[in-house]
Design a protein around this ligand. Structure first.
Ligand code: COA
Length: 504
């Protein structure tokens, strides 16, 4: 396939230039919206060229040589990693998982706005984030009329292309042209008070069109890429993840028996990481069939479930697949295109749709407290790990909101069930079920003191259970009859002890 076959709009074909020249069009201090969501569909050459330019400016004494970087979600070393290493990011939003970004955020060198993913596009439209100067978006190709074939993720690309003053396109020849048709870009959004219901009532509904719109006159540069997505691999599920999956599947079976869930469950949302992937592996072998997914990221085991027929369709904003799973996807792309829809994150994570569809939300956490508050983002209260991502969009609006983690971390030195979480992402009001390898606590319909007993007995590691019982008993004596008893002097004492001694 020639370049002219990929870029079928002559005026845009004429704008092909080097990544270095394109990066030169991005002013220092600009707000830059880049494509990319969980390591998929991010620009691969312009960010590196921009990083080189910013690094050279730094070397020449320009300490202000930075941009503010907005994306869909996490990207990859060629984007977040390259720009962070060049000390080129002043402000970052809305989700990252890059080690250099993490280190700079926690050193106070990079400002980080950790936002709900569904809020990002509307905050941009509301003007809450300031003006978007430049969009840098990876696409698979350009149609003769200038519409764009999206890549392996959609994220915020529609918003960036609409909002940015100027646009740089990276046409990635490595991305399969047969991706054309898998996307569903909804152009029916509006600003309050003119919003209408979003006409999506089933996870597989197509309510938009397969292409992104972009005014060709705004396109300042087109860069050609031939590089794969990051495609990180998953480790096979460890024993704890498999046990967590087992507890969860037993619980879902119980819910079906009790008549609270249909036999084919409700649309599944599965978070990032190895535990989520292990749960999907368990579901693939489990008793349920005819399943659907309404989620933000499609990982390896969801693909396997589509292949096995357990899952009939999946809606997401990105394909985040290991190299092996991506090969499988490409080898059977026609099969998967009938079963996968990729949407903007404003739609994949929309509260209205999550609530309407009755999504079962399954997300990993860092720690939970005895009352069911959940921390998904911070280590020992102060250091960011990754970010809240879509977990809040789903947790608050789901039919069932489930959080999972091993009961301990760092070889047992840390209990992931604590008296009080050191950072709140999901309050007790948004958390219905907590699962560790020890067991599952179903918190529905329980008052705080009832929840505490269950969380301690079912989820805490035996090595920490007595200490948690002791804390709870003393809290009840200290604050007799009170609604959510705490010993305030001690509530975060487990964390301070860890910081002091290396053990909780
Ligand atoms: N205290 C301190 N550190 C902890 C901890 C705790 N209570 N629990 C886990 N950790 C550490 C682990 O030791 C590990 O550290 P390491 O990288 O130095 O080895 C790290 O945190 C990650 O833990 P891991 O067990 O590998 O978890 P994971 O890969 O399943 O990720 C989250 C867990 C919570 C970090 C991850 O799911 C996340 O970022 N979630 C927020 C976003 C989200 O939920 N998105 C879902 C919508 S798609």
């Amino acid at each position: 396939m020639s370049l002219a076959d990929r870029i079928r709009h002559p005026a845009l074909l004429a704008k092909v230039m080097s990544a270095e020249d394109a990066a030169g069009l991005i002013p220092v201090g600009a707000n830059v919206g880049m494509s990319g969501f969980t390591g998929a569909g991010y620009p691969k050459r312009v960010p590196q060229a921009l990083a080189d330019r910013l690094a050279a400016l730094h070397a020449a004494g320009r300490e202000d040589a930075r941009i503010s970087l907005w994306t869909g979600a996490s990207t990859a070393p060629e984007l977040d990693g390259a720009l962070a290493k060049a000390h080129g990011i002043a402000t970052r939003l809305p989700y990252q998982s890059d080690p250099t970004c993490r280190q700079q955020i926690n050193a106070g060198e990079m400002l980080y706005l950790d936002m709900h993913l569904s809020h990002v596009p509307q905050f941009a439209w509301f003007g809450f984030l300031g003006k978007l100067d430049v969009a840098v978006v990876e696409v698979v190709g350009v149609l003769p009329d200038g519409r764009l074939i999206p890549s392996t993720s959609v994220g915020n690309n529609k918003t960036w292309l609409d909002q940015a003053e100027r646009v740089i396109l990276e046409v990635n020849l490595r991305q399969n042209p047969a991706l054309e048709g898998i996307h569903d870009i909804y152009y029916g959004t509006a600003m309050p008070p003119y919003r209408q219901p979003i006409p999506l009532v089933h996870p597989g509904d197509r309510i938009g069109e397969p292409y992104l719109h972009c005014d060709p006159d705004k396109v300042a540069a087109v860069v050609v890429t031939d590089l794969p997505d990051r495609n990180s691999t998953f480790t096979p599920p460890d024993a704890a993840s498999a046990q967590i999956a087992g507890h969860l599947i037993d619980f879902l079976q119980h819910e079906v028996k009790a008549g609270r869930l249909p036999r084919d469950l409700l649309p599944l949302q599965s978070g990032v990481g190895n535990i989520a992937n292990a749960v999907l592996a368990g579901l693939d072998e489990g008793p349920f069939g005819n399943l659907t997914a309404y989620t933000e990221v499609l990982q390896d085991n969801m693909l396997a479930m589509l292949r096995s027929g357990k899952l009939t369709l999946a809606s997401a904003s990105a394909l985040s697949l290991s190299p092996q799973a991506y090969r499988e996807f490409e080898d059977h792309i026609a099969f998967y295109k009938e079963r996968i829809v990729l949407r903007p994150q404003g739609i994949s994570n929309h509260p209205e749709l999550i609530r309407r569809l009755g999504v079962i939300a399954m997300n990993a956490m860092i720690e939970a407290d005895i009352y069911g508050n959940v921390n998904s983002t911070h280590i020992m209260g102060s250091s960011i790990m990754n970010g809240i991502g879509g977990s809040g969009d789903f947790a608050r609006n789901a039919f069932l909101s489930i959080f999972m983690a091993p009961s301990t971390a760092k070889g047992g030195a840390i209990s992931c069930i604590v008296p009080m979480v050191s950072h709140h992402d999901h309050t007790e009001h948004d958390v219905e079920v907590i699962v560790t390898e020890q067991g599952l606590a179903d918190l529905r319909g329980l008052a705080p003191t009832q929840r505490a007993r269950l969380v301690i007995e079912r989820c805490a590691h035996p090595a920490y259970r007595d200490a948690l019982r002791d804390y709870f008993d003393r809290a009840r004596r200290t604050a007799p009859g009170q609604h959510t008893p705490h010993v305030l002097d001690e509530a975060l004492g487990w964390h301070t002890r860890y910081l002091r001694t290396g053990h909780m």
